[in-house]
Design a protein. Structure first.
Length: 133
């Protein structure tokens, strides 16, 4: 996840017209949540679309990849993990958005591997959007 977030921070700095060694890029992104970063990225792409039309196409393809990466990350990071007597791994997840809800769901090594791959692909796609024209 840190690679994707670093790629996003660099992209935000670059699209904001900061040089990559300019500390203002870090200052602007240091305390942004992930949704704030993706909203800011989308706004920058929109502002720059006439000057750099490839960004619109790139972001249109990137946005669902970022959403999937975030969902996977949240599935792994949030909640408590446990191992059943039969060796299966489960996660307890609680949400309280308007109503308290609990869920226990199994998670496999294949699912964790897929999530990791999706996050890595999102980082690559982010860099590709900015570097490839």
């Amino acid at each position: 996840w840190c690679v994707l977030e670093s790629a996003t921070d660099l992209t935000l700095a670059k699209l904001s017209a900061f040089e990559l060694d300019d500390p203002r890029g870090v200052i602007v992104t240091a305390h942004l949540s992930w949704p704030q970063k993706t909203d800011t990225l989308e706004a920058l792409v929109d502002v720059l679309k006439d000057e750099h039309p490839h960004l619109i196409t790139g972001f249109t393809e990137l946005k669902p990849i970022l959403t999937e990466a975030q969902k996977g990350r949240n599935r792994i990071v949030h909640g408590q993990w446990g191992i059943e007597k039969d060796g299966t791994v489960h996660k307890l997840r609680a949400t309280a958005r308007g109503k308290l809800k609990f869920g226990i769901e199994p998670i496999t090594l294949d699912e964790i591997t897929t999530i990791s791959h999706n996050i890595g692909s999102a980082g690559f796609a982010m860099l590709k959007m900015v570097v490839n024209k």
